[in-house]
Write a protein that binds this ligand. Structure first.
Ligand code: NAD
Ligand code: USQ
Length: 401
């Protein structure tokens, strides 16, 4: 389908999702620039972990893309919490749409201690606020496509709607923001962002799409598969690895799949290739000036137990599933039904989670299995200071041997 070419600035363009999104938008004919301060690479050093799939520097990635595709991606290195940098970058790039991925995105990282909680909220909320001011001052018609999270809603005992719910109270009716019950200081930072964006749309007439994204799985996209230097990162450690990606790594190395608690936690999920498609659909179908809209960006929901069983079935070798003492404070059995029709209405054709999808992910892991550090697999961050002690990384490594 023919799409209008846009000047798009991708914030967080060195990350797991930002990099493949930048490539996808570039190949689709958009003029793409990326921003990053490499803080994600710094967390690796801090935590002593690394992406399972090796990644080259952003500079090398951009050069390789130019060589492979003949397409240029402009690069800006800097921090969104630096307002001058944000102002300068918007002036230099003059974007029509900004896709904002550039936040600290791990729930466990935000729950390590006070310092990490404060860092997460300052980084995310201040960066987003600087961006809102720069857009308002320079060009309020810029469309902000902001990555939020399904975790903003938590797990209420009623259906989750797309951003807003009609409420009748004492005989009067209104459409109000859907109640938020996030489960970590990270997820809370996204709630704060949503409120700030909605307010900025109301008072300054900005336009924004808040993409409440579910948990992403997968590592390869059409563009990243073109050359090893174009690969995106793949995290499997207990702080940054997400559940399905982690289970695939655990299955390949013979580690028991680490289901936290009862495993009835149910979440919206999506294939990494659908992230790219959803972001482009949102960017190329902008809201009206002053409009703040919310899309729930996931394609299917599964419980943690279902995901563990699917990985065990797809893997050719034996797989053991273990229920660990839950490190997080969250409901382990609950009702979960969330609307997600708006992106489908715009034309999203989802990649659903088939055994073949899991098998191709297992193959990626197999190629890099020598890089797996078993010490990084077990959860070490507890939500509650009083929760029972977790098995140690050393204990688990011994169990695996
Ligand atoms: P990531 O950590 O791999 O990428 C984020 C990038 O932003 C990193 O490269 C980091 O260096 C950069 N960054 C962070 N703070 C910055 C700052 N202040 N200035 C400049 N750059 C900064 O994360 P990801 O998995 O690619 O997620 C991207 C976005 O999507 C996040 O906002 C996350 O909350 C959201 N999201 C991710 C998932 C998922 O499953 N990965 C699911 C739902 C929502
Ligand atoms: N879980 C396990 N075992 C594991 C890892 C996780 O049982 O080894 C459970 C967790 O307890 C949780 C669920 O799986 O109930 C999801 O955990 P996760 O780490 O995969 O995802 P989460 O912490 O919610 O965060 C991830 C991304 C975040 C994004 C969010 C989308 O890191 O950036 O916002 O997914 S959502 O979950 O919809 O909020």
């Amino acid at each position: 389908m023919e799409v209008k070419s846009l000047r798009i600035l991708v914030l967080g363009g060195d990350g797991y999702l930002g990099w493949p999104t930048a490539l996808h938008l570039s190949r689709r004919g958009h003029e793409v620039s990326v921003v990053d301060n490499f803080t994600r690479r710094h967390y690796d050093h801090e935590m002593g972990v690394d992406s399972l799939v090796p990644i080259v520097s952003l500079q090398q990635r951009v050069r390789r893309w130019e060589e492979v595709s003949g397409l240029h991606i402009e690069m800006y290195v800097g921090d969104l919490t630096d307002a001058d940098f944000v102002d300068r970058t918007l002036r230099a790039c003059v974007p029509e749409a900004i896709v904002h991925f550039a936040e600290q995105r791990s729930a466990p990282y935000s729950m390590i201690d006070r310092r990490h909680a404060v860092y997460t909220q300052v980084n995310n909320v201040v960066g987003n606020l600087n961006l809102l001011y720069a857009i308002a001052e320079q060009d309020p018609s810029i469309h902000l496509v902001k990555l939020g999270t399904m975790g903003e809603y938590g797990t209420p005992n009623i259906d989750i709607e797309e951003g807003f719910i009609e409420v009748t109270h004492k005989g009067r009716t209104d459409v109000l923001p859907y109640p938020k019950q996030p489960g970590s200081f990270y997820h809370l930072s996204k709630v704060h962002d949503s409120h700030n964006i909605m307010f900025a749309c109301r008072i300054w007439g900005l336009r924004s799409t808040d993409l409440n994204q579910g948990i992403v799985y997968g590592q390869q996209t059409e563009e990243t598969a073109l050359h090893p230097d174009l690969a995106t990162r793949f995290d499997y450690d207990a702080v940054f690895g997400t559940v399905l990606n982690r289970f695939c790594v655990q299955a390949v190395v013979g580690h028991p799949l680490t289901v936290y608690g009862e495993g009835g936690q149910t979440r919206g999920m999506l294939d990494i290739r659908d992230t790219l498609a959803c972001v482009e659909l949102a960017a190329t179908n902008p809201p009206e000036p002053g409009e703040y809209r919310v899309f729930n960006q996931f394609t299917e929901s599964f419980s943690v137990n279902q995901m563990a069983e699917m990985v065990a079935e797809a893997h050719s070798g034996p797989v053991r599933i273990e229920h660990l003492d839950p490190p997080r404070v969250e409901l382990q059995q609950h009702y979960y039904r969330a609307a997600h029709t708006k992106l489908l209405d715009l034309g999203l054709v989802p990649h659903l989670l088939e055994p073949s999808t899991i098998r191709s992910l297992l193959e990626v892991v197999e190629r890099h299995r020598d890089r797996v550090d078993l010490q990084a697999v077990l959860p070490t961050v507890r939500w509650s200071a009083t929760s029972s002690s977790l098995p140690t990384a050393k204990g688990l490594a011994e169990q695996v041997r």
